[in-house]
Structure formats: C-alpha cells, structure tokens
Write a protein that binds this ligand. Structure first.
Ligand code: HEC
Ligand code: HEC
Length: 468
C-alpha cells in the first residue's frame, strides 16, 4: 500500500512539474475526453477499476464531473452539458448500488447520447480528430455503432489491404488443402465456417498417429480484434499465425515455403493471385499467401448481434431476461472486468493496445477426477512464474455456437461454465491454484441469474455471412 501511495505521489509531483511545459491541442483534449468515457463504461462501471471496493458508481460520478469541467473550457452546446449532467445524476442517484445499477439503460439513455453530443460539439467547434491510429474510428458516434472498430488498427504495417480480390484469394486459400502438403487439411477442416469457425470437438486430432491436439479450436469470428493470437498469446499478428499453423507438425504439417510451387500449378490460383496482387511480377509467394489468409481472417468481424442492435437504440430486440443477464455480466458476476465490453474479449479498452491473459484454474477435461489442467499456458513461453496456467481472455461473442469451452474444451455447456465461475474458479473448486487471478470468492448467482447471464451470452450471436 505504501509503495502504491509513494508511486502515486511521485506521479502527481512529476505532473505538477511538467504541467507548465505540457501543451495540449484541442483535438487531443477531445480525444482524451472520448477515451475517458469509453474507459468509464468498460472498465469503470464493470468494477475493473475498483475491485472489491465496489466504488465504481462514485468514481464514475467523479469522472463525469471532471469531464464536464474540462469541456467547460470550450464553448460546447448546452445540450452536451445537460447530457453529461444526466449521466452524472444517474450514477450518483441516492440509493444506487453496484449490483443493482441498470447499466443497459444507462448506456442507451445517457452514455450514447452524451457521446453523440460530444461528436456534434467537436464538429460544430471545427476541432479536428487526432491523427493517431485508434482502434475505434474517430468518426464512429460511439463504440457501439456499426463499423466503429477498425480491424486495420490490429494489422502489421505490411498487411494486404482487404480488397475484394485479396479477400477472395484469402478465402480460397483458407479452404485449400494444398497448404498442408499431403496431409489433406485446410484451415476450414478445423475452423468450419458453418460452425462459427470452430469444429464442435473438445480437441481435434493431431496428424501424429493416435494423438490429440493439446487445445480446443477457437472461433475466428472477431479474432482480428486482438493483439495476441492463440490461447497463450504466442503470436501477435494473424500473418505470423498462418506460418505457425501451416508448419505445425500436429496441425497441418505443411511447409509454407513449398506452397507457392504447388499453387502455381493451378490456373485458378494464377488468376486469383494476379488479381489480388496485380502490381507484382511473381504474386504467388510465401508472404502473399500469409497476407491473403490473414486479410481474410481479419475480415471476419461480426459485430451486429442483437446486443449491438440494442445498444444502437433498438431496445425491443432484447428480452428483460437478456437485459438482466447483461447487467449481471457487467456488474455482480464481474465477467466484464476481463471480457471487456463491447468486444467482450481481453483486449483492453480504450486504447486496445494489449490483450490480457488470466489464471482461472480451469480443471483438466476429466471432470470425474478433478485436478488443475496440466497445460501451463503462457508460462510455457517465457517461464514467468505468475503466468503459470494463464490463458488469453477470449471473446464470448458467438459463444453459444462454439462449445466446448476453455482452452482444453473441458466444459460442454455454458451452464457448466457459469457454475465454475459462480464457485470461484479453480480455487473455489478446492484446487490448488497459487497464481489464480480470478477472485476465488463465490459470486452468489442464483439459478435464475445464471440463466439470465446465459440468455445474454446467446444474444451475442452474429455468425452471419454478411461482410462487415
Ligand atoms: C487441425 C486443426 C486446425 C487447423 C487445420 C487450423 N487450425 Fe487454427 N487453431 C486450431 C487450434 C487447436 C487453435 C488453438 C491453438 C492454441 O491456442 O494454442 C487454433 C488457433 C487459431 C487462431 C488463433 C485464434 C485466437 O483467437 O487466438 C487463428 C487466427 C487460427 N487458428 C487460424 C487458422 C488458419 C488461418 C488456419 C489455416 C492456415 C488454421 N487456423 C488451421 C486448430 C486448427
Ligand atoms: C479473471 C478474468 C475473467 C473473469 C472475471 C471472467 N472470465 Fe471468462 N474467461 C477468462 C479467460 C482467461 C478465459 C479462457 C480460459 C481458458 O481458455 O482456459 C475465459 C473463458 C470464458 C468462456 C469460454 C470461451 C470459449 O470460447 O471457450 C466463457 C463462456 C466465459 N469465459 C464466460 C465468462 C462469464 C459468463 C463470466 C462471468 C461470470 C466470466 N467469463 C468471467 C477470463 C475471465
């Protein structure tokens, strides 16, 4: 505690000293205000910023107060000030408490209108947007809006632009067994498009005779919207992931360096590559295979579930049970402190510059002999003690379509997953999980509340074929 206070005092003194030298542009101030509102919604109101203390609502009131003060330096329309005041009144209402706060109503009635007002004010005052790259497009009225997220933000600088020709090639390669040499496997063998890009299996079979893959096949829907790939986050870019899986002896057993020779023999690929990479003399190359497949996977953004429609104002699309489930997810059940709204994965808002991993204490798949799963997760990468058994927080979008669950597919149903969390994860089950980061306390969700959370999870389905 003393260390933390010392650190804070240091930061405050440092800021005080620096203050005279710091100059902010109006664009930066508006950017900061917007980022702060996203942070308030995703990390403040979920309880992330105030674990255990549950001071989220008073802290939100303070955030909104300071936002109003900063904006008072500008000649913003009175409507915006009124909207912020309404938000503040909602979180500061007497008798309001963390568990019962109706977040769904707050986001639709206060938060979204305030963000819309902020955008209008910025346009009226002719304040430009910061040129810095952001995961949330500056033009998006809020991060719930259609097309708010910019997949290119998560791409490496040499990524192929997602033109229709590149995506058509990427999709063909995704379904192409030639990438695995003679093994007869394509990406789509395990990431089956009609199954939300999963395979429905606990784990798929290894190419090594009689063996299984160590991990469950995750969905690829929205996989581009994270800074780490795989359950242990061992790869940062989808482009590198393609190489990792093709050359993996258990998964595809191919050689990416040999793929161009095989593909050049096929007239369809001559044509598809020439169209996708028109300016290149020899477009069928190893880097272009990776770039096309990665562009295709990155295009699998699906953020038009009923939940999204609700947040855009169509409040008839969710039942009262689903709304209750959302409020529990974001409050009492603490799910939103790791699965951050609105992507509901571990990529941290509002900057989306890192994807987090956590230790839940997931048991091995033989639930009759309850024991911590043997997979050490992120620890296998660098041997860092606190990363033992840590796994990336995956998205829960489309989770109703992607059973079984967890890195090892140990749980068949969402009921089992809810029961696991309700008991406090591995430690709550009585397992020895020294590094567990999930609070080991019971959540005290009754049966109806658990069902409500599951109903909400089902409202996150959007496996439509429609392009983003
Ligand atoms: C044999 C089955 C199999 C094949 C074939 C396969 N995958 Fe996977 N994929 C998996 C498994 C299992 C994981 C999880 C591995 C892990 O986390 O360590 C995974 C993980 C991924 C991820 C990471 C997703 C995330 O959210 O972390 C991406 C992206 C991906 N695969 C894309 C592809 C592409 C592209 C291809 C074809 C080039 C492909 N996969 C081929 C089984 C497969
Ligand atoms: C401490 C952070 C944390 C909290 C709190 C948390 N989760 Fe998770 N969640 C994770 C991580 C990490 C995983 C991946 C674990 C693994 O692969 O072993 C995960 C996995 C899941 C999965 C399985 C996804 C899949 O595709 O396999 C579901 C469903 C899920 N969580 C739902 C919830 C719900 C509902 C809550 C609230 C009751 C919740 N989570 C709370 C971090 C968290």
């Amino acid at each position: 505690m003393h260390q933390e206070i010392d650190n804070m005092l240091y930061q405050v003194r440092h800021l005080e000293q620096q203050a005279p030298m710091l100059a902010f542009t109006d664009a930066e101030v508006f950017d900061a205000v917007r980022l702060n509102l996203y942070r308030l919604a995703s990390k403040g109101l979920s309880g992330f910023d105030s674990p255990a203390a549950h001071a989220s609502l008073p802290e939100a009131a303070a955030t909104l107060e300071s936002t109003t003060q900063v904006l008072s330096l500008f000649n913003v329309p009175p409507a915006l000030r009124a909207q912020l005041a309404r938000c503040r009144a909602a979180v500061a209402a007497p008798g309001q408490d963390f568990d019962r706060f109706d977040r769904a109503r707050f986001f639709v009635r206060c938060f979204n209108p305030a963000l819309a007002g902020l955008q209008q004010a910025q346009q009226q005052l002719k304040i430009p947007y910061v040129p810095a790259r952001r995961a949330i497009r500056a033009q998006a009225v809020s991060y719930f809006a259609a097309n708010a997220f910019e997949p290119a933000y998560f791409a490496p600088t040499d990524a192929a632009a997602p033109t229709p020709a590149v995506l058509a090639l990427g999709e063909a390669l995704f379904r192409e067994p030639l990438l695995s040499g003679r093994a007869g496997r394509s990406c789509a063998s395990c990431h089956v498009p009609d199954r939300a890009y999963t395979d429905g299996l606990r784990v798929n079979l290894s190419l090594q005779a009689g063996a299984e893959l160590p991990r469950n096949t995750p969905t690829l829907l929205n996989a581009g919207l994270q800074t780490e790939q795989f359950a242990d986050g061992r790869v940062h870019f989808l482009e590198d992931q393609v190489h990792a899986v093709v050359s993996n002896k258990a998964e595809m057993g191919g050689k990416l360096s040999e793929a161009p020779v095989l593909l050049r023999k096929k007239a369809t690929y001559q044509k598809l590559f020439a169209q996708a990479f028109a300016s290149e003399a020899q477009p069928i190359s190893e880097p272009n295979i990776r770039r096309a497949v990665a562009a295709y996977v990155r295009s699998l953004v699906r953020l038009n579930s009923r939940f999204d429609q609700y947040m855009r104002g169509d409040t008839a699309v969710l039942s009262s049970q689903e709304v209750l489930g959302f409020n529990l997810f974001m409050g009492k059940a603490q799910c939103g402190t790791c699965h951050y709204m609105p992507l509901f994965n571990g990529t941290v808002p509002p900057l989306y510059d890192k994807t987090e991993s956590e230790v839940l204490g997931v048991p091995g798949n033989d639930l009759q002999k309850l024991a911590l799963d043997a997979d050490q997760g992120k620890f296998l990468l660098y041997g860092i003690a606190h990363q033992r058994n840590a796994f990336k927080t995956p998205t829960v979008r489309n989770v109703a379509l992607t059973a079984p669950y967890m890195h090892n597919g140990a749980y068949q149903t969402l009921e089992q997953v809810l029961d696991f969390y309700n008991r406090g994860g591995g430690q709550g089950l009585g397992l020895d999980v020294p590094t567990q980061t999930l609070a080991a306390d019971q959540l005290h969700l009754n049966e109806a509340e658990q069902q409500a959370v599951i109903a909400f999870l089902k409202s996150l389905n959007d496996a439509s074929a429609s392009a983003y």
